[in-house]
Design a protein around this ligand. Structure first.
Ligand code: RB5
Length: 149
């Protein structure tokens, strides 16, 4: 499993905590920045991680900004990406089980590093439910096919 991770300045604290957890799990990680607390633009990092996932260079992606919202909106503009903003272990679990999200987005000003690690763990450890959820995710792909170039 290869994971691409990225954040803006609002997500930098969460990113370090999540990197520690991924390293503990022995997961191969590409850290696409940012690397310090200087103000940067979240779409740049959302795009970079989304492209890594969309191209197959990474199996999954993890994104963080202040709220998780802006960076998830940016990521979802890349074809093949299903990025969900999560706020707790329940939403992180559902993001995997129901939505088969290949990127999770978290808010550094919303959740603690400890909770973020629990959420990422739940998302990684929960398989996609398939069945009726597969049909719904296929409808998302159909929307992409209709509207993306
Ligand atoms: C940056 O101040 C903030 O707007 C950004 O981190 C994020 O919350 C946007 O959605």
């Amino acid at each position: 499993m290869k994971i691409a991770i990225g954040c803006d300045h609002g997500g930098i604290v969460l990113k370090q905590a999540i990197l520690d957890e991924l390293n503990k799990r022995g997961i191969e990680v590409t850290d696409m920045g940012c690397y310090d607390g200087q103000s940067v633009d979240y779409p740049d990092y959302g795009k970079a991680v989304a492209e890594a996932v969309s191209s197959g260079k990474a199996d999954k992606g993890i994104l963080m900004c202040g709220t998780g919202i802006g960076i998830s909106i940016a990521a979802n503009k890349v074809k093949g990406v299903r990025c969900g903003v999560c706020h707790d272990v329940f939403t992180a679990t559902m993001c995997a089980e129901h939505n088969n999200a290949n990127i999770i987005a978290l808010g550094g000003r919303v959740v603690s590093p400890e909770l973020a690690v629990k959420m990422v763990s739940a998302w990684l450890d929960t398989p996609f439910g398939g069945g009726r959820h597969a049909g719904r995710v296929a409808k998302i792909t159909a929307i992409e096919d209709e509207y993306f170039k």
